[in-house]
Design a protein around this ligand. Structure first.
Ligand SMILES: Cc1cc2nc3c(=O)[nH]c(=O)nc-3n(C[C@H](O)[C@H](O)[C@H](O)COP(=O)(O)OP(=O)(O)OC[C@H]3O[C@@H](n4cnc5c(N)ncnc54)[C@H](O)[C@@H]3O)c2cc1C
Ligand code: SF4
Length: 533
């Protein structure tokens, strides 16, 4: 008899000694929700919840230290909540002597402790883990039920149906489908206010003298302090400052963060969502993505709170529509898109980009102030807002042809909200255009003029955004044109790039030569691979 045959007989004998069918329910670190599908039919007497802190997941990319603290502390708090609710929880800590360091190893050990008839899980947020789950039935010799993730408003099957037969998968059309499906901001079949999208009103720069609400900070309790110590001991070579750690690690505190956003930030969220300011890292942004991504908040309740503020006339339509679009539009679309394109999505490299990631992505040591500010806030808070991610670091990576795999790994490491289902399409598709336009209709490429318009970074920079070439010229200016020149083969036929190419072709040969020469000189100064966080 094979060893798996033995284990099946042992388990059947053990099960035979018990009266009920029992299930082992595995909750992952980004599934910390009482209403997660894994728990929906739990029998508190017969079943057991398994939660494991595994080294493999903490290190397969070297996550920012604050992300490790957030996830591990939130897991420990969630396990306590479950126990208070009468659920039998088997919780394996990272520093337990017997921890094997992998999901498979820990499930195997748990099944020896508690023989069960079935393993129940909810689909994960990453293809790699999904494949692992699919192997468990055979490898661990137990029936495995993988349930749909009910935290999303659009199931993967519904997204695939929406995408079926479409020539292009543009978010805007998906968003309208979601508005109709939820009935949110709808007046019958028409959008409230007559427009689907109020983005044109949402691109203001920050007025002088404006005050900002600031971030709601959460005190660390004993559990979080223990985890901080653990991360300091085992992962202090990971990128990022561990403190000041101010993220919420319980559902209760995440709800307080939501209340703070709705009352203090949402009214101005729309107007200034593209703006950037030195020393003001959060402006009117929600800071809610980590909580939605790990299950502490449900995207429905987040949107409903924003809709209620509109009903109560505490926030204008443009702000509420803009916010709801981010959540039921972008967030849901990105997730459906990821699963539709995987596996293999990450392998495309439409623009043949291959330059190594410059060391200053880790050190922030660069004279370009916009990049310095964005990387500094990333290191300090494990956070940068969307425009910093897209139009500063993302734009630079695009214009300088940084290798997609290196850039993607960076984004997955450095943000507190980074999980592959959401990080990969945003980086590979939106920021790098590496998929050749499956996600975005054109590359988000911009010169220094855009950054100067949307931020105050340039006033404190050694370069000048108004200068196109020569000593002191903003590198984004010549890199932008150099990008168009060097990627002409791939981009010129894109209808949305027509105007950019017409402007390029209006330039004299001498100017084009000077752009290429200065860009090459700049690119030669980028060193990469020497610094590891
Ligand atoms: C290169 C790049 C990488 C990114 N990586 C991640 C990531 O790893 N994890 C992540 O959650 N978001 C990612 N985003 C999307 C977006 O930048 C973050 O969701 C947002 O900055 C989170 O901060 P916030 O909660 O303050 O968001 P706000 O600006 O206040 O927006 C509100 C909410 O809308 C949702 N949202 C907005 N835009 C997007 C989007 N493009 N994709 C998905 N959700 C969106 C988020 O849930 C967010 O909490 C990335 C964007 C880019 C350009
Ligand atoms: S001048 Fe150029 S490099 Fe400097 S902050 Fe402005 S956009 Fe960035």
């Amino acid at each position: 008899m094979t060893s798996s045959g033995h284990s099946r007989v042992n388990r059947e004998q053990a099960i035979g000694n018990r009266n009920h069918m029992s299930k082992l329910r595995l909750i992952l670190g980004d599934q910390l929700s009482m209403s997660i599908a894994t728990l929906s039919d739990i029998d508190k007497q017969a079943d057991r919840v398994l939660m494991v802190e595994v080294n493999e997941e903490a290190t397969y990319v070297r996550h920012h230290q604050q992300k490790l603290v957030l996830v591990l502390s939130a897991m420990r708090h969630f396990a306590d909540e479950l126990k208070k609710d009468g659920v039998q929880v088997d919780y394996v800590r990272m520093d337990s002597d017997t921890n094997t360091g992998s999901f498979s190893g820990e499930i195997k050990r748990a099944l020896q402790r508690h023989p069960c008839d079935q393993l129940v899980v909810t689909e994960p947020g990453e293809w790699r883990v999904r494949e692992m789950m699919q192997s468990w039935q055979k490898d661990l010799d137990i029936p495995v039920e993988i349930r749909d993730d009910n935290r999303f408003l659009c199931s993967l099957a519904d997204f695939a149906q929406w995408a079926e037969g479409r020539k292009s998968l543009r978010m805007e059309y998906f968003y309208r489908t979601m508005r109709r499906k939820t009935g949110w901001l709808m007046d019958g079949d028409k959008p409230v206010g007559g427009q689907w999208n109020y983005d044109s009103q949402n691109r203001k720069s920050l007025p002088r003298g404006m005050t900002y609400p600031g971030r709601l900070r959460f005190e660390t309790d004993g559990i979080t302090r223990d985890v901080i110590q653990l991360v300091k001991t085992h992962f202090d070579d990971h990128f990022g400052d561990i403190g000041p750690f101010a993220w919420a690690t319980t559902r209760e505190d995440a709800q307080r963060a939501l209340d703070h956003f709705i009352s203090e930030c949402l009214p101005d969220f729309g107007d200034y969502q593209d703006a950037m300011k030195s020393g003001e890292n959060f402006l009117f942004h929600a800071l809610l993505s980590p909580y939605m991504n790990i299950g502490l908040l449900d995207p429905r309740e987040v949107c409903e709170a924003a809709l209620q503020a509109f009903e109560d006339e505490r926030a204008p339509l443009a702000a509420v529509e803009g916010f709801v679009r981010q959540v039921i539009g972008w967030r849901e679309y990105i997730r459906g898109f990821y699963w539709l394109q995987m596996p293999g999505y990450e392998r495309s490299n439409f623009l043949a980009a291959k330059r190594p990631l410059p060391d200053f992505f880790w050190t922030a040591e660069t004279d370009m102030n916009c990049l310095r500010q964005t990387i500094k806030t990333t290191r300090r808070h494990a956070y940068a807002h969307h425009i910093q991610r897209l139009m500063i670091t993302g734009n630079f990576a695009l214009l300088t042809s940084l290798a997609p795999t290196e850039v993607e790994e960076w984004y997955l490491q450095v943000y507190v909200d980074a999980f592959e289902w959401v990080e990969l399409p945003n980086t590979h598709g939106m920021a790098l255009f590496a998929d050749g336009g499956l996600l975005a209709s054109k590359p988000y490429a911009a010169s220094g003029a855009y950054i100067n318009r949307m931020s105050d970074y340039c006033s404190d920079c050694r370069f000048s955004p108004g200068k196109k070439l020569g000593e002191g010229a903003c590198p984004f200016n010549y890199l932008y044109w150099n990008f168009l020149i060097s990627k002409e083969k791939q981009l010129r036929s894109n209808p949305r790039m027509g105007l950019a190419y017409r402007n390029l072709f209006n330039k004299s040969k001498a100017e084009i030569d000077a752009i290429v020469q200065q860009s090459e000189q700049f690119l030669e100064t980028l060193s990469g691979g020497d610094v590891k966080p």
